[in-house]
Design a protein around this ligand. Structure first.
Ligand SMILES: Cc1cc2nc3c(=O)[nH]c(=O)nc-3n(C[C@H](O)[C@H](O)[C@H](O)COP(=O)(O)OP(=O)(O)OC[C@H]3O[C@@H](n4cnc5c(N)ncnc54)[C@H](O)[C@@H]3O)c2cc1C
Ligand code: SF4
Length: 624
């Protein structure tokens, strides 16, 4: 049989895989990218702040180097200009301004939503890729890679098998490629975080006002303390243009030790009065329909109210955005902003006069999602290749996560470029051997400043962080952080302490830095001793997990992609609690799965036979 042939296959169309495609096409090399989602972007989820960095040593390729029109044309949300860490305890909170830490070695950091952003990256990459016979094939799930008589064959669930010279594996944290070829074992809970996130709808100008930011600015708020429910990790709240990203990222092993429902961690955040106030919005409250009315009349009212509320929501959102108002005026329907405001008041009057609708305050959630995140400090692949496959981004376990420093997107983009450069060199020489391609790529990755950040504490970053804590009473730090961190908090000894810490090595230092003390106890003490009291004007109605899942968009795969291996295992019993979509239950002491509603997060993959759903199947995020 004659097989279709391509030079390079990139498996996975997240930001890392798309960067590899873009770079290969810049270099004039043919590559096809295979993505399981129906559309690029629909399977990806992040927090997320995407950074463009300027490391003091070494070079990286930033998003705005690779996509030169990024700052002018890309659908990023807001440039983050304010970065605040909050310590919480019940209704008390203490804030520290970490904007300097966010600005550290950064050209900028902007909030992003992956569905929109990855679609844009795909459009940028595909134009040049198609000119040289490559491109993107969405809706395709790669199921096997084999080597036969010197040929590398890729099989998918959807296409005829085909041959390639080299592969870039960008298939994310739950990389099936890594597992199927035996390049690495599955990441373990100690090497992972679990991330859960919701999107909150809020009009653009309400965000500006509430967060004290201008139209071109953005705010990031991080949370630690009692909102962690005694786990190692914390919450985040990022402003997008007209939504908020609210999420929780926790060390997976901390969740295993003390299982808690992932949505419970989000709910704890929402219930915190500071967060409740950040996320609240005006909501219409419908009056109960009089059940004694004829059925037809009841239906007419129900339909009329729903239609008017929908009109109100859309009009209000448009009227609270400068671009929205401009488009209304440009359309000729309204002459002035006052005219737009008048129309909104008219709709509101109609709602109350015709249907007795009143207005209150509540929290409006648009999307729920979850995914594992690799902790680059603990799981970066030291040999990120296998035969003629190079691993990049989350698939290679790469990401810089140190305290408030959360960087996976920029690392994956830089990896994508490095892998593309290594593959292009091999195409020129027609040599895809481990020595010529794999080892060369490893060398490129080792030279990356991000790799150093995954191995060592950066003392300049630490200094900025510790300077931000200068008002914190030393007895809190002293009693909790131990002698090394106490020394680090003293300007005189910091240099020596950091050197000593680096000699100790990350492995010994990490349990001290990433502990219940730093994420839970110290923040609680800070809030209680130095914090201010915050109150909220309403009690948010938090959706149940069933409501959250029901709102998501799925193309259900009737073939389950997950098989429980041991239904008696203690680990799987914990997964009953830890699955963010509540797919598992325990029946008669046995763990069983109902895969509908699965968000492909990978939390259960450790002790299951786990695959991504087939092409076009499974979860489809609208925001991501
Ligand atoms: C809650 C949360 C918050 C985060 N916050 C931040 C942040 O603020 N800043 C930051 O920089 N990073 C953040 N991260 C990390 C960041 O989102 C990831 O590092 C990044 O998205 C990984 O990109 P990737 O391209 O490597 O993988 P992914 O985005 O996971 O892409 C992998 C792609 O491969 C496809 N795929 C998988 N298997 C197959 C197959 N067999 N065949 C075909 N296609 C396949 C998938 O459908 C998917 O589209 C956060 C992550 C989470 C979950
Ligand atoms: S079934 Fe597994 S992969 Fe799916 S949502 Fe639950 S834990 Fe995540």
């Amino acid at each position: 049989m004659i097989l279709e042939k391509y030079d390079v296959a990139i498996i996975g169309g997240g930001s890392a895989g798309l960067a590899a495609l873009k770079q290969l096409s810049k270099l004039g090399k043919q590559a096809i990218l295979l993505e399981a989602g129906t559309k690029v972007g629909s399977k990806n989820i992040s927090g997320g702040i995407l950074y463009s960095k300027k490391p003091k040593k070494g070079k990286v390729t930033n998003v705005d180097d690779l996509y030169e029109n990024f700052l002018d044309d890309a659908p990023y949300e807001r440039k983050i200009t304010k970065y605040i860490l909050h310590s919480t305890s019940k209704d008390k909170e203490y804030s520290m301004d970490l904007t300097e830490a966010h600005d550290y070695q950064a050209n900028f950091g902007c909030s992003v939503l992956m569905n929109k952003l990855n679609s844009w990256f795909a459009n940028q990459a595909v134009e040049s890729a198609e000119k040289i016979g490559g491109g993107i094939i969405p809706g395709v799930h790669v199921k096997s890679i084999t080597w036969y008589e010197g040929k590398t064959i890729i099989q998918t669930d959807e296409l005829e098998e085909f041959e390639v010279k080299a592969i870039i594996a960008a298939d994310g944290v739950n990389s099936e490629v890594a597992e199927m070829v035996g390049a690495r074992s599955k990441f373990t809970p100690t090497q992972l975080y679990q991330g859960v996130k919701v999107i909150v709808k809020l009009p653009e100008e309400v965000i500006d006002e509430r967060f004290g930011i201008g139209p071109e600015e953005g705010a990031a708020h991080l949370f630690a303390g009692d909102i962690t429910l005694n786990h190692i990790g914390g919450g985040f709240l990022y402003t997008n243009r007209d939504t908020l990203s609210l999420g929780a990222v926790y060390h997976y092993d901390s969740l295993i030790r003390n299982p808690v429902e992932p949505y419970g961690l989000i709910d704890a955040l929402i219930r915190n009065p500071l967060v409740s106030e950040f996320v609240k919005d005006v909501v219409p409250i419908k009056k109960e329909i009089d059940k004694s009315l004829p059925q037809e009349e009841q239906l007419r009212i129900r339909f009329g109210v729903a239609k008017l509320i929908k009109t109100w929501k859309e009009f209000r959102e448009t009227s609270l955005s400068p671009n929205g108002r401009k488009s209304l005026i440009d359309s000729g329907k309204y002459k002035t902003n006052e005219g737009i405001q008048e129309k909104l008041s008219t709709i509101e009057k109609q709602m109350s006069e015709k249907f007795d609708v009143t207005f209150g305050e509540d929290y409006v959630e648009s999307e729920y999602g979850a995914k594992l995140v690799p902790d680059g400090k603990r799981c970066r692949m030291e040999k990120p290749f296998f035969k003629n496959i190079l691993f990049i981004g989350d698939a290679a376990g790469r990401g810089v996560f140190v305290g408030p420093r959360i960087e996976g997107l920029n690392v994956g983009i830089d990896d994508g470029v490095r892998a593309a450069n290594a593959v292009a060199r091999s195409l020129d020489k027609d040599d895809f051997s481990e020595i010529y391609m794999g080892q060369y790529y490893t060398q490129l990755v080792e030279e990356s400043p991000y790799t150093l950040d995954m191995k060592q504490i950066d003392k300049d970053y630490l200094k900025i962080f510790l300077d931000a804590t200068k008002d914190v009473p030393k007895d809190i730090i002293g009693s909790r952080y131990g002698p090394i961190l106490k020394m680090m908090s003293s300007g005189t000894f910091r240099g020596i302490a950091v050197k000593f810490a680096n000699i100790l090595g990350y492995d010994k230092l990490l349990p001290m830095i990433e502990s219940e003390d730093t994420y839970v106890k110290v923040p609680i003490q800070l809030a209680e001793r130095l914090g201010v009291t915050v109150s909220s004007t309403y009690s948010p109605s938090i959706p149940s997990i069933a409501d959250r899942i029901a709102k998501l968009s799925y193309n259900d795969d009737h073939e389950s992609h997950i098989k429980v291996l041991n239904s008696d295992s203690e680990f799987m019993k914990k997964i009953v609690t830890l699955c963010p979509a509540k797919c598992y239950s325990e029946e008669g002491g046995k763990v069983v799965i109902q895969h509908e509603g699965c968000v492909d997060c990978g939390t259960c993959s450790q002790e299951t036979e786990w695959k991504h759903p087939r092409g076009e199947k499974g979860i489809h995020y609208q925001y991501g």
